[in-house]
Design a protein around this ligand. Sequence first.
Ligand code: SF4
Length: 211
Amino acid sequence: MKPQTITRFFDHLVEANPAPETELDYVNDYTLLVAVVLSAQATDAGVNKATKALFQNVRDPAAMLALGEAGLKQHIRTIGLFNAKAANVIALSALLLERHGGEVPRDRASLEALPGVGRKTANVVLNVAFGEETFAVDTHVFRVSNRTGLAPGKTPLAVELKLEKAIPKPYRRHAHHWLILLGRHTCKARKPECWHCPVVNECGYNAKTTA
Ligand code: SF4
């Protein structure tokens, strides 16, 4: 996609939603990290439902360790892969206390060293908690980037590196949220809804749909 087209593409997304935010509920950096870890292969709505009661009492690593793995499982048992996720959340909470004074670290290497935290999770935390211009490529961002021709790539990392290179300054901070929302609500996996898409004139997808 040409630079002028990319600018118009994001201008339309800004118009539709000037300050997009994550749809995950959280109360501080720690609960954001936990919510993102829980959201792997699960919907944000499902995670929010499970964390509503959890985050009322558990808002830091020490409280999570006090709750314990069995207690955590009771809260998150409606979320896919909850056994492995509970083990990871307990282990990462212990590591946050051991290595980072109970705080969420602001650097990628320290984040990715935590159990259950991969590149995508680190990108979300760096972006949402610390305002960094990172590009978390989830299934929606991957699909939209490829379909539209914005940043085609065979792997999430290839797409991320292309987004990193292609997206100009005013849009970098919120780019991944705009792309997630576009993918979630309009450019859907099974059938994109091109007839009401804000970027229909910029998108390079050839088989555009009609209502
Ligand atoms: S025009 Fe269609 S294919 Fe292109 S981004 Fe919009 S919904 Fe997706």
